[in-house]
Design a protein around this ligand. Structure first.
Ligand code: TXA
Ligand code: MG
Length: 314
């Protein structure tokens, strides 16, 4: 794939927005770092983020929104969120809030959680792109997994040239540090990640200290062994089905649901959470899963399947 280098012109912006609407990957500048953007409502587009970055896990992603109204349609909006958003949006602050019914985001954005991280970036080019794309855009930092976050279009290309459709060049990112992430749980505000907005600014807006992160569900969902576990038990690496099992296939096998008949890992990642939910709704005792190759996106798929299969602590 040839990665298009789009300039900060109205033509470049329209092209970037059109690519996002088509499900392509477009890196774009924010005031913090360059994000690797994809349509947050498309399972396939979001799956491709993980493939392009070579992420070994489905960490939850931040959904970028063009305005406050979009944020309020996606999540519950307690007073604390409103105060922080009024003070710091647009800007380098991400708020993690409970999803509302009918939000329409791909479960790959939230890694199957009931919450989502939302951010209204302050970079003018990012805001115009989000408005023209007309949908929430999922975007982790635009670097291969484990590498340094990019703050110029050249950094993005150094890591991802040939792996994404385009980069929209807005020059250097002024903040250069990722956004500060605050989880809001009722009236409690928890600092989940330090970042470009100093925590003392947040605390003086709230009028009280941020709660420290502890071992609760908001803290590090991706790290919890079984944070997304179906009600049924899971049997992985199933080479043959046993009677009574719900069958989640991969490749050319007879099954109740199939992650990808053609063995395509991007398609499998896109289907993973939806298929698990649908099988779980069938209320069987065991969900058996075909072996999935442990290469590329397959590593993230297997990581998530192992977490879903991990023993539950109730
Ligand atoms: O400045 C930034 O935040 C950049 C730009 C592109 O916006 N984005 C960014 O995304 O840093 P990423 O994917 O590299 O980091 C997202 C972090 C992850 O550490 C993830 O665990 C946390 O946000 N996160 C996202 N959703 C969450 C949720 N529902 N609960 C807890 N943490 C969440
Ligand atoms: Mg990152």
């Amino acid at each position: 794939m040839r990665t298009e280098h789009l300039e900060d012109t109205s033509g470049g912006l329209s092209r970037a927005a059109a690519l996002l609407r088509e499900g392509a990957l477009v890196a774009f500048p924010t005031e913090t770092v360059y994000g690797l953007g994809a349509d947050a409502t498309s399972d396939h587009a979001v799956a491709r983020i993980f493939e392009a970055k070579g992420r070994p896990r489905f960490n939850p992603l931040i959904a970028h929104v063009p305005d406050l109204e979009t944020a309020k349609r996606l999540v519950e909006w307690p007073d604390t969120a409103d105060r922080l958003a009024q003070a710091f949006w647009p800007g380098p602050l991400t708020l993690v809030l409970p999803l509302r019914a009918g939000h329409g985001l791909s479960p790959l954005v939230t890694a199957g959680l009931e919450t989502v991280g939302l951010r209204l970036p302050g970079h003018p080019l990012a805001r115009r792109l989000l408005a023209e794309a007309g949908r929430p855009v999922a975007a982790p930092s635009a670097n291969p997994s484990g590498r340094i976050s990019p703050t110029t279009a050249a950094h993005v290309l150094a890591g991802l040239d040939g792996r994404i459709e385009a980069v929209l060049d807005g020059g250097a990112c002024p903040v250069g540090l990722e956004s500060t992430i605050v989880g809001i749980d009722g009236t409690r505000a928890v600092l989940l990640r330090e970042g470009g907005l100093p925590d003392h600014a947040i605390e003086s807006c709230l009028g009280h200290p941020l709660a420290a992160r502890e071992g609760d569900a908001l803290t590090a969902p991706g790290q919890l062994a079984s944070h997304y576990a179906p009600g049924a038990a899971m049997r992985l690496e199933a080479e043959a089905w046993r009677p009574g099992e719900l069958r989640l296939g991969f490749g050319e096998v007879e099954s109740d649901m199939n992650l990808s008949r053609s063995g395509d890992l991007v398609e499998a990642a896109a289907n993973l959470f939806g298929h698990l939910h649908r099988l779980d709704a069938m209320q069987g005792e065991v969900i058996a899963v075909s072996p999935v190759p442990d290469t590329g996106l397959g590593r993230a798929i297997n990581d998530r399947l192992r977490r879903a299969a991990a023993p539950r602590d109730g």
